[in-house]
Structures are given as structure tokens and as C-alpha cells.
Design a protein around this ligand. Sequence first.
Ligand code: NAD
Length: 431
Amino acid sequence: MQLAVVGSGYVGLVAGACFADLGHDVIVVDNDQKKLAALNRGEVPIHENFLPELLERHRGTRIRFSDDLQNAVRASKAIFVAVGTPPTHQGEADLSYVESVARGIAGAIDSYKVVVEKSTVPVYTSDWVRKIILRNGAEHGEFDVASNPEFLREGTAVKDFKFPSKTVMGEFDGKSGEPLAALYTELGMPTIRTDLKTAEMIKYIDNSWHALKIGFANEIGNVCKSLSVDAHKAMEIFFMDKKLNISPAYLLPGFAFGGSCLPKDLRALAYSAKLHDLELPILTSILPSNELQVARGLRLITDKGHRRIGILGFSFKPGTDDLRESPMIEIIERLTGKGYDVRIYDKNVQVASLVGANRDFILNRIPHISRLMVDNIDAVLQYAETIVIGHKEKEFESVPRLLRKGQCLVDFVRISNDGNHNNGAYDGICW
Ligand code: NAD
């Protein structure tokens, strides 16, 4: 395929060289004359393993360097935009380079092209790029915008291109996705085709996660050192747990956590760090973040404007009658405190049979809880104007389909992937 790659930086140059190595004809475009001159002299402006060899192999045959964007666009079927998106003073991604390239592309479109965002850009940038191209002379149907975020790591970029952790392609429709998918099939690695917004978002999810992992590990390491625990030895054991630690467990967005362990143990860890004069900004911000999620849940419920609220599931998680530090108890307490009429159903909780600290907890927080409890889902559905699903339980799966006109459902657990099959109004907490 004839390709243009705009931007000869870490991403553009590596992508250009690797596409050439896969047998495509590539024009790499840059507006930095010094860089272009160096590249044309056979110099490689960045240090990247295996890149000099690839450029040497294909320079002047399958890969060329140019400052002529318009010519490159006219000669290409797909145009990869790999210019910088540095932060402004406010932290916003500066899209001025992307904008300038989009304007340049628009004037040169003479047959169907796929314009591929490779730069890391905020969600909805592809829509914005499409509008810029349309406003600047191209017509609907002559081009599509696709997203192909880059996951390579500097230093191992060529290897990462050939053996990617994943290849994500965001497409407006199949027509724009096909040429892009064809480019990557040769690598024989799994590719993920999705919509444009998801593709744009995934890069930010990945990078936030990687940064969080590093910050978390460093804070844990600092605590370990202060307690004379070998942090690497401890983390090796942590990694061995592929069920709960290194796994998708706990990573689907939803409602706040609670229970008798997580909040208590986070507080105890923070306390022992304080004794050693250690600051743990990441670890100590987890509980405040969790409290904000409780407040968000409450606001979703009260915003519905109803007074009769039904709660389905209120122990700290499904399958237990443990109510200690359950975030649903917090919700119920705040609702009843504000004068809402609440009915609760949870098949696992019989207040009369609760014992010990669990019993003390609930009777201290909401002494009249038994009066709010009903025996079945129907009683909640009959009574409540707004229903809240607090547990991902099989018995609640039909609830979205049972809503009456005017009834609202607030879903904390994504009980169903389809929010449209009911008469009432459906609202998910993070979706
Ligand atoms: P870079 O600064 O190394 O390269 C950008 C290139 O674009 C420069 O050579 C610049 O001269 C050129 N350029 C700017 N405006 C231009 C224009 N109007 N016309 C032609 N060329 C133009 O940037 P990079 O590190 O390659 O990053 C590019 C994008 O990829 C960014 O959005 C970045 O966030 C993302 N990304 C980077 C990495 C990485 O490891 N560097 C990894 C994944 C994603």
C-alpha cells in the first residue's frame, strides 16, 4: 500500500520504517528541514534499536522523506498523523500541529483516503479532524478518519511494532477500517477493531494505569523499606496471585468499595507510614476517591426527584450478609436522614440473625433497618419510584425490563448491557 506518515518523530519514523519493512511504500513528511536533511543524508535523528538498519535497508526505495504534505497525500491511500500533541500550560493536549496537518491534508484529497490518527489525542478529536478536513475543501465520501493509537515504548519501539502488546483500530465504519486492518494482518498479531471514541480513550486508560502502577509500587516500596521488608521479595509474591492481583478483578468501573477489610487496612497502612514520616499521596487518596463515588451514587438517586426509593442488595458485596462499612448502608443512611422513604431487599440479610460486630455496626448506624426491609423484589418494584441495584445478582437481571412508566433505575453494577429495553429511565453510575 502507498502510505504517508506525517511527523518523523519517535512514533512516525518507527512506524514509517516498519511499514516499509512490511513491503509498503512510505513517504514520511515533516516540516523540520534539519531533520529531513539529516534523514536524507542517511543519519537517524533519534536513538532507537534496529531503526538505523531498517532505514538503511529501505531508504530511497520503500521509504522517502519529504516536506511536501500535499504530494504525499495525493500519492497515498492512508495518511498516518504522528505529530506531537504536547501539553499546554493548563495541561490540555495542544492539537495545533494536528490541526495544521488536517488543513494541509484537506486541500490535497483527490480520491478516497483514510486519515489515521496515530498521535495520542483526546476523545472526539477524530470528529474534529473530520470537520476540519470537510471545512477546508474535501467532501463527504472522499475520506474517512480512523484512529490507530500507538503503544510502542521508546528503546524497544521496533520490536514493539512487530510484536505489539495490542493493535487497536478505531473506525467510523468498515470501509475505513478495512485498509487499516489489512496493513496489520501481516504481523499476525491480534487486532482489536472498535469505534473511534473507544480507540482514542484506550491510550489514556493505558497510560494512566501504567503511571498508577509505578506510583503504587514506589509507595509500597517506600513503606516496605521503612519497615525493613524487602519490597521486591514482597512484590514477587504479590505478582503470584493471578486471581485477584494481576488480573481484571476489581477493574470494571462501578460503585464504591466497602467491607470490614479494605477501608480498615488502608487506614492502618497509612497510619504506619505516618509513624515513619512517609507521605503516600496515592494510597491515602483511595478512600477520599471512594467517598466521592458514594456521593456520586447518592446524587444520581436524588437527582431523579422521587421520594420513594427501592434498594436491591445492600450488604457490602453480593453473597454475604456482612454489612460493615457497606457503601450501600451509607447511601441508605443518607437517604433516610434526608427524609426519603426507603425499601430494601437483600436475600442474604436477616437482621435478626446478624451477630457480633456486624450486628453492632448496623444497629448503631440504622437501628430501624428491619422496618425498611421487604421480603422480595416485587415488593420493592411495587413501592419505589426510583430503584437502585447495588449487587450484581442473577435475580436482579430482569429488573430493567420490569420497570413501569415513570419509574427510574439507577444501576451501580451494570446488571444489563442494554439500557434501552425498559419503559422507565435507566442510569448507570459510570456508563
Ligand atoms: P516527536 O515530537 O518526536 O515528533 C513529532 C514530529 O512531528 C516532529 O518531527 C515534528 O517536526 C513533526 N511535525 C510537527 N508539526 C508538523 C507538521 N505540521 N507537518 C509535518 N510534521 C510536523 O513526537 P513523538 O514522540 O513521535 O509523538 C508523536 C505522538 O505520538 C504524540 O501524540 C505522542 O503523545 C504519541 N506517542 C508517543 C510515544 C513515544 O514513546 N514517543 C508513544 C506512543 C504515542
